[in-house]
Design a protein around this ligand. Structure first.
Ligand code: GRG
Length: 296
């Protein structure tokens, strides 16, 4: 299969759905809604929503039912990027190839746009269409997973450990602890969310959890490598910012060659986890290869 074509096609489905779910720019409060749409509709790989849909389809579920969950995940992810770019955190000027949210709308609105996206993401998971199509307990389970993945035991917790590690020498277990939470938790929630909405069996969800854990870490290693080897055009943000901020990264701790080896090992382990799945899981296998070999 042509993974680039697949990502383009599913990305378009996600963007159309997001366009429908997000408040219109003309709706009051106009500035807030413009700021939310500015970052949401700025492109991005849409890898979390696509993983959610691919995982749902891998267990034989309907992609249509995964769409609200996929969009909620992208809203949580985009909120985290807006807040991560703020002067109080990474103080970045560029994101997704454009000026960061606070550069356009100011810090206060950027904070509130992030807050609103996080909140609206959970409102979206109570979407009436979703409630008609999927059992309420399954939806509650997905909401619980997303909340845990985003909160102090997940992404926000990982971000705090990351901030506290800046300029310090940390060991590999600490690095893996923070990345499993900062980046890995939401990626894992995307995959588990899709599998649950698709009514996967316990064994399937367990296998996909292993896939998600490996993929999340592989994604972060690839991101660390791209921060050094990518170009600004490819990654849509400034290059070398991790080094400049003395951030703990895989290349800094393991060296470049060993980091690339570790990413490939994790890719192989992710693909091996899908052994019991048929060709419906082919997109997930290809996404694992794409994540490690990507240039953007
Ligand atoms: C501020 C609560 C809070 C959390 C921040 C996700 C995050 C935690 C920070 C983002 C900074 C960063 C570079 C993290 C490393 C990996 C990562 C999440 C990269 C960005 O995700 P992509 O590559 O971005 O999927 P696109 O733009 O393609 O969606």
């Amino acid at each position: 299969m042509d993974i680039r074509e697949y990502l383009k096609e599913k990305g378009k489905v996600v963007e159309e759905a997001l366009d429908g779910y997000l408040p219109m720019e003309s709706e009051m409060p106009v500035t807030l809604h413009k700021a939310m749409r500015y970052s949401m509709m700025a492109g991005g790989k849409r890898i979390r929503p696509i993983l959610c849909i691919a995982s749902c389809e891998a267990v034989g579920g309907k992609a249509k039912n995964a769409i609200p969950v996929a969009c909620a995940l992208e809203m949580v992810h985009t909120y985290s990027l807006i807040h991560d770019d703020l002067p109080a955190m990474d103080n970045d000027d560029l994101r997704r190839g454009r000026p960061t949210n606070h550069k356009i709308y100011g810090e206060a609105v950027a904070i509130l746009a992030g807050d609103a996206l996080l909140t609206e993401a959970f409102a979206l998971l109570t979407d009436p269409n979703l409630r008609r199509a999927v059992r309420p307990n399954t939806i509650l389970d997905v909401i619980s997973d997303l909340a845990r993945a985003s909160g102090s035991f997940g992404m926000v917790g990982g971000q705090v450990v990351d901030m506290e590690s800046e300029g310090m020498e940390i060991d590999l277990p600490t690095l893996e602890y923070l990345h499993t939470r900062k980046t890995g938790a939401l990626i894992l929630a995307s995959i588990k969310g899709g599998a649950k909405i698709g009514e996967g069996t316990d064994e399937e969800i367990e296998a996909l959890t292993r896939y998600g854990e490996c993929l999340g870490l592989a994604f972060q290693i690839a991101d660390d490598i791209l921060d050094i080897e990518g170009s600004q055009d490819e990654i849509g943000k400034d290059v070398g910012s991790d080094l400049e901020r003395k951030k703990a990264t895989y290349p800094a701790i393991l060296g470049m060659a060993e980091s690339k080896k570790r990413a490939r090992e994790l890719m192989d382990m992710a693909i091996d986890s899908l052994e019991g799945f048929d060709q419906k899981a082919e997109p997930l296998r290809e996404i694992a290869k794409y994540v490690v070999k990507r240039r953007s």
